[in-house]
Design a protein around this ligand. Structure first.
Ligand code: F6R
Length: 606
Protein backbone atom coordinates (compact mmCIF):
# COMPACT_ATOMS: atom_id res chain seq x y z
CA UNK A 1 0.00 0.00 0.00
CA UNK A 2 1.03 3.65 0.02
CA UNK A 3 4.63 4.35 0.96
CA UNK A 4 6.25 7.46 2.39
CA UNK A 5 9.89 8.48 2.39
CA UNK A 6 11.56 11.66 3.53
CA UNK A 7 15.07 13.04 3.88
CA UNK A 8 16.73 15.99 5.57
CA UNK A 9 20.50 16.15 5.67
CA UNK A 10 23.71 17.09 3.96
CA UNK A 11 23.25 15.32 0.62
CA UNK A 12 21.04 15.94 -2.37
CA UNK A 13 17.60 14.59 -1.45
CA UNK A 14 16.39 13.69 -4.94
CA UNK A 15 18.33 10.50 -5.60
CA UNK A 16 18.06 9.34 -1.98
CA UNK A 17 14.28 9.68 -2.17
CA UNK A 18 13.91 8.02 -5.57
CA UNK A 19 16.13 5.17 -4.43
CA UNK A 20 14.03 4.70 -1.29
CA UNK A 21 10.79 4.91 -3.30
CA UNK A 22 12.07 2.12 -5.55
CA UNK A 23 12.58 0.02 -2.45
CA UNK A 24 8.98 0.66 -1.40
CA UNK A 25 7.64 -0.44 -4.79
CA UNK A 26 7.06 -3.95 -3.47
CA UNK A 27 4.26 -2.67 -1.24
CA UNK A 28 2.12 -2.11 -4.32
CA UNK A 29 1.13 1.29 -5.77
CA UNK A 30 -0.33 3.01 -8.81
CA UNK A 31 1.20 6.50 -8.79
CA UNK A 32 4.21 8.25 -7.35
CA UNK A 33 5.44 11.74 -6.52
CA UNK A 34 8.26 13.74 -5.00
CA UNK A 35 8.68 17.22 -3.50
CA UNK A 36 12.06 18.88 -2.99
CA UNK A 37 12.61 21.98 -0.86
CA UNK A 38 14.99 24.17 -2.83
CA UNK A 39 15.92 27.78 -2.09
CA UNK A 40 12.83 28.37 0.05
CA UNK A 41 10.54 27.03 -2.69
CA UNK A 42 9.11 23.54 -3.05
CA UNK A 43 9.11 21.81 -6.41
CA UNK A 44 6.60 18.96 -6.82
CA UNK A 45 6.58 16.26 -9.50
CA UNK A 46 4.05 13.44 -9.52
CA UNK A 47 2.40 11.10 -11.96
CA UNK A 48 0.32 8.00 -12.49
CA UNK A 49 2.44 4.90 -13.00
CA UNK A 50 5.78 3.69 -11.80
CA UNK A 51 8.66 5.37 -9.98
CA UNK A 52 10.72 4.97 -13.17
CA UNK A 53 8.12 7.09 -15.03
CA UNK A 54 8.37 9.68 -12.27
CA UNK A 55 12.14 9.67 -12.63
CA UNK A 56 11.78 10.42 -16.36
CA UNK A 57 9.51 13.41 -15.73
CA UNK A 58 11.44 14.68 -12.73
CA UNK A 59 14.78 14.49 -14.50
CA UNK A 60 13.57 17.20 -16.93
CA UNK A 61 13.44 19.51 -13.95
CA UNK A 62 16.53 20.17 -11.92
CA UNK A 63 15.48 19.01 -8.48
CA UNK A 64 18.20 20.20 -6.17
CA UNK A 65 17.82 20.49 -2.44
CA UNK A 66 18.75 18.73 0.78
CA UNK A 67 15.28 18.17 2.13
CA UNK A 68 12.35 16.42 0.51
CA UNK A 69 9.48 13.97 0.76
CA UNK A 70 8.14 11.40 -1.67
CA UNK A 71 5.29 8.95 -1.96
CA UNK A 72 3.88 5.92 -3.71
CA UNK A 73 0.08 5.89 -3.77
CA UNK A 74 -2.28 2.91 -3.74
CA UNK A 75 -5.62 4.45 -4.64
CA UNK A 76 -8.38 4.44 -2.04
CA UNK A 77 -10.26 7.73 -2.64
CA UNK A 78 -10.14 8.77 -6.30
CA UNK A 79 -8.77 6.94 -9.31
CA UNK A 80 -5.03 6.58 -9.97
CA UNK A 81 -4.17 9.84 -11.77
CA UNK A 82 -1.75 12.74 -11.64
CA UNK A 83 -4.22 14.99 -9.81
CA UNK A 84 -4.79 12.42 -7.08
CA UNK A 85 -1.12 11.49 -6.70
CA UNK A 86 0.83 12.82 -3.71
CA UNK A 87 2.46 15.16 -2.74
CA UNK A 88 -0.49 17.52 -2.45
CA UNK A 89 0.52 21.16 -2.52
CA UNK A 90 -1.92 23.76 -1.27
CA UNK A 91 -0.57 27.30 -1.06
CA UNK A 92 2.92 26.90 0.33
CA UNK A 93 2.24 23.63 2.21
CA UNK A 94 3.08 20.19 0.83
CA UNK A 95 1.87 16.90 2.27
CA UNK A 96 2.26 13.17 1.63
CA UNK A 97 -0.09 10.86 3.48
CA UNK A 98 -0.77 7.15 4.04
CA UNK A 99 -4.00 5.98 5.61
CA UNK A 100 -7.60 7.10 5.37
CA UNK A 101 -9.11 10.29 6.79
CA UNK A 102 -12.60 9.17 7.71
CA UNK A 103 -14.06 12.61 8.38
CA UNK A 104 -12.64 14.22 5.24
CA UNK A 105 -16.08 14.93 3.77
CA UNK A 106 -17.11 17.03 6.77
CA UNK A 107 -13.81 18.93 6.79
CA UNK A 108 -13.96 19.47 3.04
CA UNK A 109 -17.49 20.79 3.21
CA UNK A 110 -16.60 23.19 6.04
CA UNK A 111 -13.47 24.50 4.31
CA UNK A 112 -15.29 24.77 1.00
CA UNK A 113 -17.80 27.08 2.65
CA UNK A 114 -15.00 29.44 3.69
CA UNK A 115 -13.57 29.56 0.20
CA UNK A 116 -11.13 26.64 -0.08
CA UNK A 117 -11.05 25.13 -3.57
CA UNK A 118 -10.07 21.46 -3.89
CA UNK A 119 -8.24 20.07 -6.85
CA UNK A 120 -8.24 16.30 -6.21
CA UNK A 121 -10.68 13.55 -5.22
CA UNK A 122 -8.56 12.44 -2.30
CA UNK A 123 -9.19 12.48 1.42
CA UNK A 124 -5.56 13.62 1.85
CA UNK A 125 -6.08 17.04 0.34
CA UNK A 126 -8.01 18.24 3.39
CA UNK A 127 -4.75 18.03 5.40
CA UNK A 128 -2.83 20.87 3.69
CA UNK A 129 -6.07 22.89 3.48
CA UNK A 130 -6.63 22.53 7.23
CA UNK A 131 -3.01 23.46 7.94
CA UNK A 132 -3.41 26.59 5.81
CA UNK A 133 -6.59 27.50 7.67
CA UNK A 134 -4.73 27.26 11.00
CA UNK A 135 -1.80 29.25 9.62
CA UNK A 136 -4.24 31.94 8.56
CA UNK A 137 -5.42 32.12 12.17
CA UNK A 138 -1.89 33.10 13.21
CA UNK A 139 -0.50 29.73 14.39
CA UNK A 140 3.07 28.80 13.59
CA UNK A 141 3.72 25.92 11.18
CA UNK A 142 4.23 23.15 13.78
CA UNK A 143 1.24 24.28 15.83
CA UNK A 144 -0.93 24.47 12.70
CA UNK A 145 0.01 20.87 11.92
CA UNK A 146 -0.68 19.76 15.49
CA UNK A 147 -4.12 21.36 15.50
CA UNK A 148 -4.85 19.79 12.12
CA UNK A 149 -3.85 16.31 13.27
CA UNK A 150 -6.13 16.59 16.28
CA UNK A 151 -9.06 17.10 13.95
CA UNK A 152 -8.40 14.10 11.78
CA UNK A 153 -10.35 10.91 12.35
CA UNK A 154 -9.05 7.69 10.85
CA UNK A 155 -5.46 6.77 10.16
CA UNK A 156 -2.47 8.70 8.94
CA UNK A 157 1.25 8.73 8.48
CA UNK A 158 2.24 12.12 7.11
CA UNK A 159 5.30 14.06 6.09
CA UNK A 160 4.87 17.80 5.65
CA UNK A 161 6.99 20.72 4.42
CA UNK A 162 6.39 24.42 3.86
CA UNK A 163 8.09 26.95 1.64
CA UNK A 164 10.34 29.44 3.44
CA UNK A 165 10.58 27.15 6.53
CA UNK A 166 13.47 24.71 6.63
CA UNK A 167 11.50 22.24 8.74
CA UNK A 168 10.25 18.76 8.02
CA UNK A 169 7.39 17.44 10.14
CA UNK A 170 6.24 13.84 10.38
CA UNK A 171 3.43 12.26 12.37
CA UNK A 172 1.54 9.00 12.61
CA UNK A 173 -1.64 7.39 13.86
CA UNK A 174 -2.51 3.80 12.94
CA UNK A 175 -0.28 3.86 9.85
CA UNK A 176 3.40 2.97 10.06
CA UNK A 177 6.17 5.56 9.97
CA UNK A 178 9.76 5.19 11.08
CA UNK A 179 12.71 7.54 11.43
CA UNK A 180 16.17 6.44 10.30
CA UNK A 181 19.11 8.13 11.99
CA UNK A 182 22.22 8.81 9.92
CA UNK A 183 25.21 11.05 10.63
CA UNK A 184 23.71 14.53 10.80
CA UNK A 185 20.90 13.35 8.57
CA UNK A 186 17.43 11.95 9.03
CA UNK A 187 15.35 9.60 6.95
CA UNK A 188 11.65 8.90 7.08
CA UNK A 189 10.07 5.76 5.69
CA UNK A 190 7.05 3.53 5.90
CA UNK A 191 9.26 0.54 6.58
CA UNK A 192 12.77 -0.58 7.33
CA UNK A 193 13.77 -2.09 3.93
CA UNK A 194 13.29 1.30 2.24
CA UNK A 195 16.24 2.82 4.10
CA UNK A 196 18.19 -0.12 5.52
CA UNK A 197 21.01 0.58 3.04
CA UNK A 198 21.40 4.02 4.68
CA UNK A 199 21.19 3.21 8.38
CA UNK A 200 20.31 0.48 10.85
CA UNK A 201 19.32 2.85 13.68
CA UNK A 202 15.62 3.58 13.88
CA UNK A 203 12.98 5.27 15.94
CA UNK A 204 9.58 3.63 15.56
CA UNK A 205 7.00 6.35 15.97
CA UNK A 206 3.90 5.51 17.98
CA UNK A 207 0.33 6.67 17.50
CA UNK A 208 -0.16 10.43 17.95
CA UNK A 209 3.61 11.05 17.82
CA UNK A 210 4.98 14.01 15.90
CA UNK A 211 8.61 14.46 14.86
CA UNK A 212 9.90 17.93 13.99
CA UNK A 213 13.21 18.01 12.09
CA UNK A 214 14.77 21.45 12.47
CA UNK A 215 18.45 22.26 11.85
CA UNK A 216 20.29 19.09 12.85
CA UNK A 217 17.90 18.12 15.64
CA UNK A 218 14.69 16.13 16.07
CA UNK A 219 12.04 17.24 18.50
CA UNK A 220 9.62 14.47 19.41
CA UNK A 221 6.24 15.49 20.77
CA UNK A 222 2.70 14.18 20.82
CA UNK A 223 -0.40 15.76 19.37
CA UNK A 224 -1.19 17.16 22.84
CA UNK A 225 1.97 19.26 22.44
CA UNK A 226 3.94 17.42 25.15
CA UNK A 227 7.58 16.49 24.58
CA UNK A 228 8.18 12.75 24.46
CA UNK A 229 11.11 10.33 24.24
CA UNK A 230 11.38 7.25 22.08
CA UNK A 231 13.98 4.51 22.13
CA UNK A 232 16.56 4.12 19.33
CA UNK A 233 16.44 0.55 17.97
CA UNK A 234 19.19 -1.20 16.04
CA UNK A 235 17.93 -3.56 13.33
CA UNK A 236 20.27 -6.35 12.26
CA UNK A 237 18.96 -6.56 8.68
CA UNK A 238 21.43 -5.53 5.98
CA UNK A 239 21.00 -3.66 2.72
CA UNK A 240 21.91 -6.84 0.82
CA UNK A 241 18.99 -8.68 2.42
CA UNK A 242 16.64 -6.28 0.67
CA UNK A 243 18.31 -6.82 -2.74
CA UNK A 244 17.62 -9.55 -5.29
CA UNK A 245 21.10 -11.05 -4.96
CA UNK A 246 21.25 -12.43 -8.49
CA UNK A 247 17.75 -13.93 -8.54
CA UNK A 248 15.30 -12.81 -11.23
CA UNK A 249 12.64 -11.98 -8.66
CA UNK A 250 12.47 -11.35 -4.92
CA UNK A 251 9.88 -14.10 -4.65
CA UNK A 252 12.27 -16.71 -6.03
CA UNK A 253 15.06 -15.47 -3.79
CA UNK A 254 12.75 -15.64 -0.78
CA UNK A 255 11.63 -19.19 -1.63
CA UNK A 256 15.29 -20.20 -1.78
CA UNK A 257 16.02 -18.41 1.49
CA UNK A 258 13.64 -20.64 3.42
CA UNK A 259 16.24 -23.05 4.82
CA UNK A 260 18.10 -20.10 6.35
CA UNK A 261 14.92 -18.31 7.43
CA UNK A 262 13.61 -21.36 9.29
CA UNK A 263 17.06 -22.01 10.85
CA UNK A 264 17.23 -18.47 12.15
CA UNK A 265 13.71 -18.65 13.52
CA UNK A 266 14.74 -21.73 15.52
CA UNK A 267 18.00 -20.22 16.72
CA UNK A 268 18.37 -19.93 20.47
CA UNK A 269 14.96 -21.49 21.14
CA UNK A 270 16.07 -24.89 22.46
CA UNK A 271 17.41 -26.05 25.77
CA UNK A 272 18.14 -29.39 24.24
CA UNK A 273 19.70 -31.20 27.17
CA UNK A 274 16.60 -30.38 29.20
CA UNK A 275 14.19 -31.10 26.34
CA UNK A 276 12.64 -27.64 26.52
CA UNK A 277 11.66 -24.91 24.11
CA UNK A 278 12.56 -21.50 25.39
CA UNK A 279 10.32 -18.44 25.20
CA UNK A 280 11.94 -16.52 28.01
CA UNK A 281 10.70 -13.20 26.66
CA UNK A 282 7.04 -14.22 27.10
CA UNK A 283 5.01 -14.02 30.26
CA UNK A 284 2.16 -16.23 29.14
CA UNK A 285 -0.89 -16.46 31.38
CA UNK A 286 -1.35 -19.54 33.58
CA UNK A 287 -2.03 -22.14 30.89
CA UNK A 288 -4.23 -24.32 33.12
CA UNK A 289 -6.79 -21.52 33.11
CA UNK A 290 -6.82 -20.99 29.35
CA UNK A 291 -10.19 -22.06 28.00
CA UNK A 292 -9.68 -21.16 24.38
CA UNK A 293 -6.94 -20.03 21.99
CA UNK A 294 -7.80 -17.77 19.08
CA UNK A 295 -5.63 -17.48 16.00
CA UNK A 296 -6.43 -14.51 13.82
CA UNK A 297 -4.78 -13.17 10.65
CA UNK A 298 -5.26 -12.39 6.96
CA UNK A 299 -4.27 -14.20 3.75
CA UNK A 300 -1.21 -16.38 3.98
CA UNK A 301 -0.80 -15.68 7.68
CA UNK A 302 -4.35 -16.95 8.17
CA UNK A 303 -3.39 -20.22 6.49
CA UNK A 304 -0.52 -20.49 8.98
CA UNK A 305 -3.13 -20.09 11.75
CA UNK A 306 -5.19 -22.95 10.33
CA UNK A 307 -2.08 -25.14 10.50
CA UNK A 308 -1.42 -23.88 14.03
CA UNK A 309 -4.92 -24.97 15.02
CA UNK A 310 -4.24 -28.55 13.87
CA UNK A 311 -1.03 -28.67 15.89
CA UNK A 312 -2.44 -27.07 19.02
CA UNK A 313 -5.71 -28.96 19.25
CA UNK A 314 -4.06 -32.32 18.65
CA UNK A 315 -1.31 -31.80 21.20
CA UNK A 316 -2.67 -29.38 23.80
CA UNK A 317 -6.32 -30.48 23.79
CA UNK A 318 -7.40 -26.85 24.17
CA UNK A 319 -10.08 -25.63 21.74
CA UNK A 320 -8.66 -23.32 19.07
CA UNK A 321 -10.72 -21.01 16.92
CA UNK A 322 -9.22 -19.50 13.77
CA UNK A 323 -10.61 -16.33 12.26
CA UNK A 324 -10.03 -14.16 9.23
CA UNK A 325 -9.14 -10.82 10.80
CA UNK A 326 -11.47 -8.78 8.58
CA UNK A 327 -14.43 -10.86 9.84
CA UNK A 328 -13.41 -11.30 13.45
CA UNK A 329 -14.70 -8.25 15.27
CA UNK A 330 -17.85 -7.88 13.22
CA UNK A 331 -19.31 -11.13 14.52
CA UNK A 332 -18.93 -10.02 18.10
CA UNK A 333 -16.73 -12.96 19.19
CA UNK A 334 -17.16 -14.28 22.71
CA UNK A 335 -13.64 -13.78 24.03
CA UNK A 336 -12.97 -14.38 27.70
CA UNK A 337 -10.19 -12.84 29.75
CA UNK A 338 -8.73 -16.31 30.23
CA UNK A 339 -8.27 -16.76 26.48
CA UNK A 340 -5.13 -16.28 24.44
CA UNK A 341 -5.47 -14.40 21.17
CA UNK A 342 -2.63 -15.07 18.72
CA UNK A 343 -2.27 -12.52 15.93
CA UNK A 344 -0.09 -13.54 13.01
CA UNK A 345 1.35 -11.07 10.55
CA UNK A 346 4.48 -10.80 8.46
CA UNK A 347 4.33 -7.01 8.32
CA UNK A 348 2.80 -6.44 11.73
CA UNK A 349 0.87 -3.59 10.11
CA UNK A 350 -2.20 -5.29 8.63
CA UNK A 351 -5.08 -3.04 9.66
CA UNK A 352 -7.66 -5.79 10.25
CA UNK A 353 -5.25 -7.86 12.32
CA UNK A 354 -4.42 -4.82 14.43
CA UNK A 355 -8.15 -4.20 14.92
CA UNK A 356 -8.55 -7.85 16.00
CA UNK A 357 -5.79 -7.36 18.57
CA UNK A 358 -7.63 -4.32 19.95
CA UNK A 359 -10.82 -6.38 20.19
CA UNK A 360 -8.90 -8.99 22.18
CA UNK A 361 -7.40 -6.37 24.48
CA UNK A 362 -10.83 -4.90 25.16
CA UNK A 363 -11.97 -8.33 26.34
CA UNK A 364 -8.96 -8.65 28.63
CA UNK A 365 -7.51 -11.66 26.78
CA UNK A 366 -3.74 -12.12 26.55
CA UNK A 367 -2.67 -10.98 23.08
CA UNK A 368 0.37 -12.57 21.46
CA UNK A 369 1.68 -11.54 18.07
CA UNK A 370 3.81 -13.58 15.71
CA UNK A 371 5.52 -10.99 13.52
CA UNK A 372 8.43 -10.61 11.16
CA UNK A 373 9.00 -6.88 11.39
CA UNK A 374 10.66 -5.38 14.43
CA UNK A 375 8.99 -2.23 15.68
CA UNK A 376 5.76 -2.92 13.79
CA UNK A 377 2.46 -2.09 15.45
CA UNK A 378 1.53 -5.68 16.30
CA UNK A 379 5.03 -6.32 17.64
CA UNK A 380 4.84 -3.25 19.87
CA UNK A 381 1.28 -3.35 21.05
CA UNK A 382 0.48 -7.01 21.73
CA UNK A 383 1.09 -8.25 25.29
CA UNK A 384 3.73 -10.60 23.95
CA UNK A 385 5.57 -11.03 20.66
CA UNK A 386 7.48 -13.84 19.00
CA UNK A 387 9.54 -12.81 15.99
CA UNK A 388 9.94 -14.96 12.93
CA UNK A 389 13.46 -14.28 11.71
CA UNK A 390 12.68 -14.52 8.01
CA UNK A 391 14.50 -11.30 7.10
CA UNK A 392 12.83 -8.69 4.90
CA UNK A 393 10.12 -10.16 2.68
CA UNK A 394 9.87 -7.96 -0.39
CA UNK A 395 7.94 -10.11 -2.90
CA UNK A 396 4.24 -9.36 -2.49
CA UNK A 397 3.46 -13.08 -2.42
CA UNK A 398 4.39 -14.29 1.02
CA UNK A 399 6.65 -17.35 1.14
CA UNK A 400 9.35 -17.45 3.79
CA UNK A 401 7.11 -15.62 6.24
CA UNK A 402 4.65 -18.53 5.99
CA UNK A 403 7.14 -21.31 6.64
CA UNK A 404 8.68 -19.43 9.56
CA UNK A 405 5.22 -18.77 11.04
CA UNK A 406 4.54 -22.51 10.96
CA UNK A 407 7.91 -23.10 12.66
CA UNK A 408 6.94 -20.64 15.42
CA UNK A 409 3.55 -22.30 15.92
CA UNK A 410 5.34 -25.64 16.28
CA UNK A 411 7.78 -24.28 18.87
CA UNK A 412 5.03 -22.58 20.81
CA UNK A 413 2.95 -25.75 20.77
CA UNK A 414 5.91 -27.73 22.20
CA UNK A 415 6.51 -25.08 24.86
CA UNK A 416 2.87 -25.06 25.94
CA UNK A 417 2.42 -28.85 25.73
CA UNK A 418 5.43 -29.26 28.00
CA UNK A 419 4.16 -26.67 30.48
CA UNK A 420 0.74 -28.32 30.54
CA UNK A 421 2.27 -31.75 31.11
CA UNK A 422 0.87 -33.03 27.79
CA UNK A 423 4.36 -33.79 26.49
CA UNK A 424 7.31 -34.84 28.62
CA UNK A 425 10.84 -33.61 28.02
CA UNK A 426 11.82 -36.71 26.04
CA UNK A 427 8.91 -36.22 23.68
CA UNK A 428 9.78 -32.53 23.28
CA UNK A 429 13.40 -33.49 22.61
CA UNK A 430 12.24 -35.90 19.88
CA UNK A 431 10.09 -33.19 18.26
CA UNK A 432 12.97 -30.69 18.47
CA UNK A 433 15.19 -33.11 16.60
CA UNK A 434 12.54 -33.30 13.83
CA UNK A 435 12.26 -29.57 13.31
CA UNK A 436 16.03 -29.18 13.36
CA UNK A 437 16.15 -31.38 10.25
CA UNK A 438 13.62 -29.21 8.38
CA UNK A 439 16.01 -26.57 6.91
CA UNK A 440 18.10 -29.35 5.36
CA UNK A 441 14.97 -31.04 3.99
CA UNK A 442 13.73 -27.79 2.41
CA UNK A 443 17.17 -27.44 0.85
CA UNK A 444 16.89 -30.89 -0.69
CA UNK A 445 13.58 -29.87 -2.33
CA UNK A 446 15.20 -26.71 -3.67
CA UNK A 447 17.93 -28.77 -5.28
CA UNK A 448 15.43 -30.72 -7.42
CA UNK A 449 13.25 -28.13 -9.06
CA UNK A 450 13.48 -29.14 -12.73
CA UNK A 451 10.43 -31.42 -12.57
CA UNK A 452 8.45 -28.54 -11.05
CA UNK A 453 9.46 -26.30 -13.95
CA UNK A 454 8.31 -29.05 -16.29
CA UNK A 455 4.93 -29.28 -14.52
CA UNK A 456 4.61 -25.48 -14.78
CA UNK A 457 5.28 -25.62 -18.51
CA UNK A 458 2.69 -28.38 -18.95
CA UNK A 459 -0.14 -26.51 -17.22
CA UNK A 460 0.69 -22.84 -17.72
CA UNK A 461 -2.14 -22.36 -20.21
CA UNK A 462 -4.81 -23.91 -17.97
CA UNK A 463 -7.65 -21.58 -17.10
CA UNK A 464 -8.39 -23.16 -13.71
CA UNK A 465 -6.65 -25.27 -11.10
CA UNK A 466 -8.05 -27.28 -8.22
CA UNK A 467 -6.01 -27.96 -5.08
CA UNK A 468 -7.12 -30.61 -2.59
CA UNK A 469 -5.84 -31.98 0.70
CA UNK A 470 -7.12 -33.23 4.04
CA UNK A 471 -6.36 -32.42 7.66
CA UNK A 472 -3.31 -30.23 8.08
CA UNK A 473 -2.83 -30.29 4.28
CA UNK A 474 -6.08 -28.43 3.62
CA UNK A 475 -4.60 -25.06 4.69
CA UNK A 476 -1.47 -25.92 2.72
CA UNK A 477 -3.46 -26.39 -0.49
CA UNK A 478 -5.30 -23.13 0.27
CA UNK A 479 -1.90 -21.47 0.40
CA UNK A 480 -0.82 -23.17 -2.84
CA UNK A 481 -3.96 -21.96 -4.62
CA UNK A 482 -3.53 -18.43 -3.24
CA UNK A 483 0.06 -18.31 -4.51
CA UNK A 484 -1.00 -19.36 -7.99
CA UNK A 485 -3.90 -16.95 -8.34
CA UNK A 486 -2.14 -13.90 -6.96
CA UNK A 487 0.92 -14.04 -9.17
CA UNK A 488 -0.25 -15.85 -12.33
CA UNK A 489 -3.86 -14.56 -12.34
CA UNK A 490 -5.04 -18.12 -13.06
CA UNK A 491 -8.17 -19.04 -11.18
CA UNK A 492 -7.32 -21.63 -8.53
CA UNK A 493 -9.60 -23.12 -5.93
CA UNK A 494 -8.68 -25.09 -2.84
CA UNK A 495 -10.95 -27.64 -1.26
CA UNK A 496 -10.81 -30.03 1.64
CA UNK A 497 -10.52 -33.22 -0.40
CA UNK A 498 -13.50 -34.84 1.32
CA UNK A 499 -15.69 -31.91 0.34
CA UNK A 500 -15.02 -32.41 -3.36
CA UNK A 501 -18.01 -34.63 -3.96
CA UNK A 502 -20.26 -31.99 -2.43
CA UNK A 503 -19.84 -29.75 -5.44
CA UNK A 504 -16.47 -29.05 -7.05
CA UNK A 505 -16.22 -32.54 -8.55
CA UNK A 506 -18.55 -31.17 -11.24
CA UNK A 507 -15.61 -29.11 -12.53
CA UNK A 508 -13.36 -32.07 -13.22
CA UNK A 509 -12.59 -32.99 -16.82
CA UNK A 510 -9.47 -33.79 -18.83
CA UNK A 511 -8.50 -30.10 -18.88
CA UNK A 512 -8.39 -29.55 -15.13
CA UNK A 513 -5.07 -29.86 -13.28
CA UNK A 514 -5.73 -31.06 -9.72
CA UNK A 515 -2.88 -30.64 -7.22
CA UNK A 516 -3.18 -33.16 -4.39
CA UNK A 517 -1.15 -33.39 -1.18
CA UNK A 518 -1.11 -36.99 -0.01
CA UNK A 519 1.72 -38.05 2.29
CA UNK A 520 1.68 -41.39 4.08
CA UNK A 521 -0.01 -40.09 7.22
CA UNK A 522 -3.46 -40.33 8.78
CA UNK A 523 -4.97 -38.66 5.70
CA UNK A 524 -3.45 -41.16 3.24
CA UNK A 525 -6.19 -43.73 2.64
CA UNK A 526 -9.02 -41.22 2.34
CA UNK A 527 -7.03 -38.98 0.01
CA UNK A 528 -6.23 -41.98 -2.22
CA UNK A 529 -10.01 -42.34 -2.58
CA UNK A 530 -10.25 -38.70 -3.65
CA UNK A 531 -7.50 -39.18 -6.24
CA UNK A 532 -9.50 -42.12 -7.63
CA UNK A 533 -12.50 -39.82 -7.97
CA UNK A 534 -10.45 -37.28 -9.94
CA UNK A 535 -8.89 -39.94 -12.18
CA UNK A 536 -12.30 -41.48 -12.89
CA UNK A 537 -13.29 -38.13 -14.39
CA UNK A 538 -10.03 -37.81 -16.34
CA UNK A 539 -8.68 -34.93 -14.25
CA UNK A 540 -4.91 -34.33 -14.44
CA UNK A 541 -3.44 -35.15 -11.04
CA UNK A 542 -0.26 -33.50 -9.75
CA UNK A 543 0.60 -35.52 -6.66
CA UNK A 544 2.80 -34.30 -3.80
CA UNK A 545 3.79 -37.07 -1.43
CA UNK A 546 6.58 -38.31 0.80
CA UNK A 547 6.14 -41.83 -0.52
CA UNK A 548 7.66 -42.72 -3.92
CA UNK A 549 5.70 -46.02 -3.70
CA UNK A 550 2.37 -44.16 -3.29
CA UNK A 551 -0.35 -46.47 -4.55
CA UNK A 552 -1.46 -43.87 -7.07
CA UNK A 553 2.11 -43.16 -8.24
CA UNK A 554 1.80 -44.97 -11.54
CA UNK A 555 -1.63 -43.65 -12.40
CA UNK A 556 -1.22 -39.90 -11.89
CA UNK A 557 0.16 -37.55 -14.51
CA UNK A 558 2.80 -36.02 -12.26
CA UNK A 559 4.38 -36.90 -8.94
CA UNK A 560 6.74 -34.85 -6.81
CA UNK A 561 8.35 -36.44 -3.79
CA UNK A 562 9.16 -34.52 -0.65
CA UNK A 563 11.27 -35.76 2.28
CA UNK A 564 9.54 -37.47 5.20
CA UNK A 565 8.85 -35.71 8.45
CA UNK A 566 6.31 -35.75 11.27
CA UNK A 567 2.69 -34.78 10.50
CA UNK A 568 2.88 -31.33 12.13
CA UNK A 569 5.83 -30.29 10.00
CA UNK A 570 4.68 -31.63 6.64
CA UNK A 571 3.09 -28.27 5.63
CA UNK A 572 6.52 -26.62 5.64
CA UNK A 573 7.82 -29.17 3.16
CA UNK A 574 4.64 -29.52 1.08
CA UNK A 575 4.21 -25.81 0.48
CA UNK A 576 7.65 -25.31 -1.07
CA UNK A 577 6.89 -27.13 -4.37
CA UNK A 578 3.50 -25.36 -4.49
CA UNK A 579 5.24 -21.97 -4.15
CA UNK A 580 7.68 -22.95 -6.89
CA UNK A 581 5.02 -24.17 -9.33
CA UNK A 582 3.12 -20.89 -8.88
CA UNK A 583 6.34 -18.95 -9.40
CA UNK A 584 7.40 -20.88 -12.51
CA UNK A 585 3.95 -20.54 -14.12
CA UNK A 586 3.83 -16.79 -13.43
CA UNK A 587 7.35 -16.36 -14.74
CA UNK A 588 6.52 -18.28 -17.93
CA UNK A 589 3.41 -16.15 -18.39
CA UNK A 590 5.51 -13.02 -17.88
CA UNK A 591 3.44 -11.45 -15.11
CA UNK A 592 4.87 -8.94 -12.66
CA UNK A 593 5.75 -11.60 -10.08
CA UNK A 594 6.98 -9.34 -7.30
CA UNK A 595 4.27 -6.72 -7.68
CA UNK A 596 1.18 -8.48 -9.00
CA UNK A 597 -1.62 -6.27 -10.24
CA UNK A 598 -4.00 -4.77 -7.65
CA UNK A 599 -2.07 -6.20 -4.70
CA UNK A 600 -0.26 -4.48 -1.89
CA UNK A 601 2.35 -6.02 0.38
CA UNK A 602 1.21 -4.38 3.53
CA UNK A 603 -2.55 -3.86 3.78
CA UNK A 604 -2.70 -0.92 6.14
CA UNK A 605 -6.35 -0.03 5.51
CA UNK A 606 -9.36 -2.06 6.66
C1 F6R B 1 -0.34 -13.53 0.12
C2 F6R B 1 -0.05 -12.45 1.02
C3 F6R B 1 -1.16 -11.85 1.79
C4 F6R B 1 -0.71 -11.58 3.23
C5 F6R B 1 -1.81 -10.81 3.98
C6 F6R B 1 -1.44 -10.60 5.44
O1 F6R B 1 0.80 -14.00 -0.52
O2 F6R B 1 1.07 -12.02 1.13
O3 F6R B 1 -2.28 -12.65 1.76
O4 F6R B 1 -0.43 -12.79 3.85
O5 F6R B 1 -2.01 -9.58 3.37
O6 F6R B 1 -0.27 -9.86 5.55
P1 F6R B 1 0.55 -9.84 6.91
O7 F6R B 1 1.09 -11.22 7.13
O8 F6R B 1 1.63 -8.84 6.69
O9 F6R B 1 -0.41 -9.44 7.98
Amino acid sequence: MCGIVGYKGKDEAYSILIDALKKLEYRGYDSAGIAIWQNNKIVVERNKGKVDDLRKIASKNILKGKMGIAHTRWATHGTPSERNAHPHKVGDVVVVHNGIIENYMDIKERLHQIGHEFSSDTDTEVIPHLIISYLEKGNDFVEAIRLTLKELQGSYAVAIMRENERILVAAKKESPLIIGLGDDEFYLASDVPAIINKTNRFIFLEDNDMAVFRDDKILLMNTEGENIERKINTVNWTGAMAEKGGYKHFMLKEIFEQPRAVSETLLGRFKEEKGEVDFEELTLPELKNVKKIWMVACGTSYHACMIGKHMFEANLRIPVETDIASEFRYRNPIISKNDILILVSQSGETADTIAAMKEGKRSGAYTLSICNVLGSTLAREADGVIFTHAGPEIGVASTKAFTTQIAVFFLLMLHMANKLGKMDNDEVRGMISEIKKIPHKIQSILEHTSSLEEIARRYMTSKDFLYIGRGIHYPTVMEGALKLKEISYIHAEAYAAGEMKHGPIALIDEKLPVAVISPRDQTYIKTCGNIEEVLARRGRVILFTDDPQHEMAKRVDNIFTIPETIYELLPILCVVPLQLIAYYIANLLGTDVDQPRNLAKSVTVE
